[in-house]
Every structure is written in C-alpha cells, then in structure tokens.
Design a protein around this ligand. Structure first.
Ligand SMILES: *Cc1c(COP(=O)(O)O)cnc(C)c1O
Length: 440
C-alpha cells in the first residue's frame, strides 16, 4: 500500500506545535485553533508537523493513551499542564472491543458515553479544554448537527459557566430519540430546529463565523468536527485498538468507519500518520456518496444531502474532505490511503438483520453501514485484522431497528434520564438574520 504524505513544514521532534489553515492562513497555537473553530480564511486547521509514535508498548487506559498521544500536539500550549486532567475528564467511559463469534473481526464500541454516540469523546474533550481556557468575553458555541454531535456537545457544556451553546439541527431529519436529546436542555443551551438540511445548518454556522455583528458580541466557536479539538482526541481509540491488536497478533489493525462529515476518518488517518500500527482504512458512507465518487472520479462534487436510515451521516458536503485532500493532494496517494463504499438503505436494513441472526448483535444503522462495507470489502479480497467501528447505541434508533428485529431494544440509563427531561426548541428559517434573532 502507498501511504505518501506531503512533507511536514516543521522538523519532527521539535517542542512546539502550530496549526495552519488548509487554505494557507498563518500558524496558530492549539488553544487559538480550538477557540476559533474555523480559520479566518474559511479553511480548517491542521497540524503543521507530525510527531512520531514508535512505541509499541501494550496500551494502558484510554486517558493515559490520550495524554501521551496528544502531548506533542499541545506541546507548548497554555493548556499543556492540564492535559492529564483533561483526558481523565473526557475519557471517563470505556471503548470496549467486542468479538464477533470466532471471526477475527472485532467491533469497537464507542457509544458508552452520556449521549450514547462516539461524539461524546470529542465533545467532552473540547468542553474540558475550553472551560480551562481564559477569556475576556463570553464564549458562544455554535454547533450544526446531523443528529448526534448536538446532543454530545450540549451534554458536555450544559451548565458550564461562561459558555453558551446553540445547537442547530435539520427539522424533521433527525430520529425522534435524537431530537429529544437535542431539545432536552435549558440554562446555557439553546436548540434551534432549522427548516432545511444538515448542510444548511453547517452553512449557517459558517456564515455566522463570517458575520461581523455576531463576532462583535461573542467569542464564537464551533464544536463541530471542523474544530481540530474534536478530531485530535478521536485518534485515541484508534491508537488503543491498534496497539492492543499489535501486541497480540503483531499485525496492523484495519478499520471500517461509518462516515459522514469525515471527522472520524480524518482522526484515523492522522493516527496512522503519526506511526501507529494501522493498515487499511475503509470509509462506509450511506447514499451520500460525495467521497466514494471523489475517489473514483477525482472530482470533488459536493451536493445536497439525501435522507437515509443512517441519518447522522447524511452529509452531501463533508467538511473534512478538505483536510483529507490537504493531506493527500495527489489523487493516487488518496486512493492508496483510503477506500470508500456507498451503502443504500436496503443493504443497511438487511445487515441489521444479519447482525442479529449471525452474531446476536443489535446494530444502529451507522454501525450496520460499516458492517456492510466490511462484508463487501472482504468479498473483494480484503485481508488482515479488521475492526468495525460501532458509533451509536441502537437504542437511539428504535423506530428503525425494532421492526427489523421484532424485539424491543434496551435503553441505557444515561439516555433514559435525558429522555425524561422537558423539551425546548425554537424553529428558524435557514438564514443568518433568523439565527441572529434566535440567539440574541
Ligand atoms: C457523526 C456520526 C457518524 C459520522 O462521523 P463523521 O465524523 O461525521 O464522519 C457516524 N455515526 C454516528 C452514529 C454519528 O453520530
């Protein structure tokens, strides 16, 4: 396999780390990139150097792996002395590897946090960082969500002093359980149902960043996966899993990742980039096939998102495609580094049934998308030690999964507690003046 990367701008091993925009804007510290979210030129922050992790020591706990992995990424940052405390706070729940019968393929369950999707990790890391950063003005976090990010960010920031959160979600396009989880907040968190798609929500957040009036009132930030503070911590469980597999099998770990905005995929690519024993990376998309089409045609053609069963991945213009294309400006290199599949709803349904019948597993539609992509990849001659990433608890999607399996799905306590809270939401048109009024 061909894993070529552009040459780092800064020498490896140096004790400073800077972040630069994918569109070329100057270099900032981790704290600055975290607070800004999006770079001033509209690009996304990426590290300007890649540290090198050559140790293959058997992994310890998630917080410990996170702290040693992230240390060089915030080497000279004001937050550096707090890193161990931050990772303890963010990685306070497990990410178990579950075996699928006697097959070598495993499942990595990332949904044991407060809102039962993997986004709890990144959201809690960002909250732990931002609540420690000093600032003069109140911070206003704008977050566009296709379903899971908003709940995770709201949960992570709820009742934190000095921070306001506005969650924008596409009205009627998230699952009922997700909607309850997006609208069950009060105090410093506001939920906005946007009459549009996820891409409209994401465009609104980007427009707010460019808006002088909003910028004059608050320090605006984003906790979307456009924020580099979301992506870096997500490298952690790819690191932990790959080291665990290396220590048992002396083989690299290959991953299938349910993908939408491509944040998770970028984190996995970065984990491989810094030297962790990661082999192939397969991206499992639903019918929103911008990335699979790009790998085939070499043309990046964003489009309107189409609704699917795996709604948290209904992204027609994946932001982090820009980070991936920055890392692999050459199409051939990108093709060597990643494979992508687009899976339709029928295949998602039948894979949910297969998961239950064959393995006794209940999968959410996103996890089933990855399991289907895995099956396709194996049928095309895939080899090696594979891990299917399970991104959400199926209890968030009972209206899809229960009829397919003919059984009720148990709801974890953390979710049940959220569902019991009263709901509050404001509906807005997808335009900037409506957003300005709603958050005034
Ligand atoms: C957000 C999400 C994804 C997609 O992750 P990206 O980083 O946006 O590619 C997959 N599954 C679930 C359950 C999600 O919430």
């Amino acid at each position: 396999m061909d894993h070529r990367y552009p040459v780092a701008r800064r020498a490896l091993g140096s004790a400073v780390m800077r972040y630069a925009s994918t569109r070329g804007d100057g270099e900032v510290s981790f704290s600055e990139a975290l607070a800004a979210g999006l770079a001033a030129d509209g690009g996304l922050y990426v590290p300007t150097a890649w540290p090198s992790f050559t140790s293959r020591t058997a992994p310890a706990t998630l917080p410990e792996v996170a702290a040693s992995l992230l240390q060089p990424f915030i080497a000279d940052d004001p937050l550096q002395p707090d890193l161990a405390a931050i990772t303890e706070e963010a990685f306070s729940f497990p990410a178990p590897l579950v075996s699928l019968g006697d097959e070598p393929t495993q499942l990595l369950e990332l949904f044991h946090g407060p809102t039962a999707a993997f986004k709890d990790f990144g959201a809690r890391f960002v909250a732990a960082c931002l609540s420690r950063a000093r600032r003069e003005r109140p911070l206003h976090i704008l977050v566009a969500t296709s379903g899971d990010t908003g709940g995770a960010v709201a949960a992570a920031f709820h009742k934190r002093p000095g921070v306001r959160v506005s969650v924008l979600f596409p009205k009627g396009l998230v699952s009922p359980a997700q909607e309850r989880q997006l609208t069950c907040w009060d105090d410093n968190v506001r939920s906005l149902a946007v009459r549009g798609t996820f891409d409209d929500c994401q465009a609104l957040v980007k427009a707010a960043f460019a808006d002088k009036e909003m910028g004059s009132r608050y320090d605006l930030s984003s906790a979307n996966s456009i924020n580099v503070g979301r992506l870096l911590p997500q490298m952690t469980y790819f690191a932990l899993t790959s080291l665990a597999i290396w220590n048992v099998h002396r083989a690299p770990a290959s991953f299938v990742i349910p993908s939408g905005n491509l944040g998770h995929a970028t984190a996995c690519v970065w984990a491989r980039r810094v030297g962790l024993p990661i082999g192939e990376i397969v991206l499992a998309h639903n019918r929103n096939r911008t990335m699979p089409d790009y790998l085939e045609s070499g043309v990046w053609r964003p489009r309107a998102s189409v609704p699917t069963l795996a709604s948290a991945m209904d992204v027609g213009d994946p932001s982090n495609g820009e980070r991936l294309r920055h890392l692999f400006p050459d199409l051939a290199a990108m093709r060597g580094a990643l494979t992508a599949y687009a899976i339709d709803d029928d295949a998602i349904r039948s894979r949910i049934r297969t998961g239950w019948e064959k393995y006794g597993q209940i999968w959410c539609p996103h996890t089933a998308t990855a399991a289907e992509a895995h099956a396709l990849h194996m049928a095309r001659g895939g080899e090696g030690r594979w891990t299917i990433v399970a991104t959400a608890n199926p209890a968030k999607f009972p209206e899809i999964v229960e009829p397919l399996l003919g059984r009720a799905i148990p709801v974890p306590n953390s979710l049940a507690a959220l569902f019991d809270r009263p709901s509050q939401v404001t509906e807005i048109e997808p335009d900037l003046s409506a957003l300005r009024r709603a958050v005034a």
